[in-house]
Design a protein around this ligand. Structure first.
Ligand code: MYA
Ligand code: JJ1
Length: 388
């Protein structure tokens, strides 16, 4: 059923519920000298290329490949439209390897037709911090699908990751393959319900009028939490302490240091937005919330071409109730003209989704680890990791 995945060191469906298998690495590392030194073979018309995301030209090619061929919803109404700035941010974290940004070109025309990436990350699983890769942006041009190109790309990124002496990876997908560590649901909070209905993202509820719907999703003009403000560079040490403490409670979570927090959580215009709550009395940073910007192209609508979506990223509460903190996040997202605020049911998100008028989406997101067995699937609330 899964010829490729059954050949890989990942949890297998046949082993589900076999409690004699130990948690941890499935295969031991091999000496680096035993890692294949040359790239995997591609069908003859194609060639490997390392994508230099510093180059505007390369960044444009990657952007265009993804904008036309990346992830769509199940009815092909929307397609993720990651911006160039976002791709640069996502692919150049501290310690990144340029040669983990892998493209495939047609030899004759030089057209970029496939892509896959890895970035390094320290991920904690229970008490162990493991150097991993986060693999993302796997994409094969629509005209080249179902030719078994994806397994070659996955093997090639694996090889290049192994050459850095890294043997585990984390990744997400909308499809089920062997074997999810947890399966999460997307939830959506309408900020601009009229547009969402016009483009078919949501529907007018039963016995609801447009004006009744607009009123239902109305938000205050400004945030309510005293001391709620945008995060600045000077907040990096305090935010790092806050986030590190908070993430300890989850079974799987990133191990973030100050460099990581500066890269991933400091606001970057049009890419990631972050806010802190600074206690007016003590000037302590007590709470934090963040979201990233990921628009979707609207496929075939006369009046609208993009859906502006904010995605909940990392949120930490110690003093402010999470419900109130996230309501303030919705208010600033609305101020910034987002049409919808999306969140997964990870971490403590369940506790605010219904009350803040999020509704369940039709998409799910499955989380995976490569070469690391987790004995029993986790609950989404045990997961402290958000991938882009
Ligand atoms: S998830 C986002 C994936 N991208 C998209 O959905 C964009 C639109 N779709 C496409 O571009 C293509 O359909 C893709 C497949 C490229 C997805 N993850 O070449 P094929 C398996 C893993 O004939 P195509 C993301 O980016 C499939 O089960 N495997 O298929 C994270 C089958 O294997 P098996 C997938 O449709 C990616 C085989 O590929 C996925 O032309 C993490 C068929 O190949 C998927 N999303 O191309 C990758 N989709 O027969 C794994 C299909 O066994 C990383 N397949 O069922 C693993 C860690 C590596 C590093 C390890 C380091 C130590
Ligand atoms: O966005 C998604 N679904 C939307 C649109 C559905 C359009 C028809 N298929 C949705 N809308 C309902 C919202 C409504 C708002 C008011 C309250 C009630 C709900 O459900 C879905 C997620 O739900 N998105 C996708 O399907 C995109 C793919 C998701 C998998 C991503 C995998 C990529 C991972 C890469 O690492």
């Amino acid at each position: 059923r899964h010829k490729f995945w059954e050949s890989q060191p990942v949890g297998q469906f046949k082993d589900l519920g076999n409690s004699s298998l130990p948690e941890g690495p499935i295969e031991a590392p091999t000496p680096l000298s035993e890692v294949k030194q040359e790239p995997y073979n591609l069908p003859n018309m194609y060639e490997w290329v390392t994508c230099d995301m510093d180059s505007d030209e390369m960044c444009n090619e990657v952007y265009n490949l993804l904008a036309n061929n990346y992830v769509e919803d199940d009815e092909n109404m929307f397609r993720f439209n990651y911006s160039k700035e976002f791709l640069r941010w996502a692919l150049r974290p501290p310690g990144y390897f340029k040669n983990w940004h892998i493209g495939v070109r047609v030899k004759s025309s030089k057209k970029l037709v496939a892509f896959i990436t890895g970035v390094p990350a320290r991920i904690r699983v229970r008490d162990d911090i493991i150097n991993m890769a986060e693999v993302n942006f796997l994409c094969v041009h629509k005209k080249l699908r179902s030719k078994r190109l994806a397994p070659v790309m996955i093997k090639e990124v694996t090889r290049r990751i192994h050459l850095e002496n890294i043997w585990q990876a984390a990744y997400t997908a909308g499809i089920v393959i062997p074997t999810p560590i947890t399966s999460c649901q997307y939830w959506h909070r309408s900020l601009n319900p009229k547009k969402l209905i016009e483009v078919g993202f949501s529907r007018l509820g039963a016995r609801m009028t447009m004006s009744r719907t607009i009123k239902l999703f109305k938000l205050p003009e400004s945030t309510v939490t005293p001391g709620f403000r945008q995060m600045g560079l000077h907040d990096v040490p305090a935010v790092t302490r806050l986030v590190r403490r908070y993430l300890r409670q989850f079974v799987v979570a990133p191990d973030l240091n100050e460099h990581d927090v500066e890269h991933w959580l400091l606001p970057t215009e049009g890419v990631v937005d972050s806010y802190v709550v600074e206690s007016p009395a003590t000037h302590e940073i007590t709470d934090f919330c963040s979201f990233y910007t990921l628009p979707s192209s609207i496929l075939g609508n006369q009046n609208h071409s993009t859906l502006k979506a904010a995605y909940s990223f990392y949120n930490v509460f110690t003093k402010t109730p999470l419900l109130q903190l996230m309501n303030d996040a919705l208010i600033v997202a609305k101020q910034k003209d987002f049409d919808v605020f999306n969140a997964l049911d990870v971490m403590h998100n369940e506790s605010f989704l219904k009350e803040l008028k999020f509704g369940p989406g039709d998409g799910s997101l499955h989380y995976y680890l490569y070469n690391y067995r987790i004995r029993n699937a986790l609950k989404p609330s045990e997961l402290g990791l958000v991938l882009l």
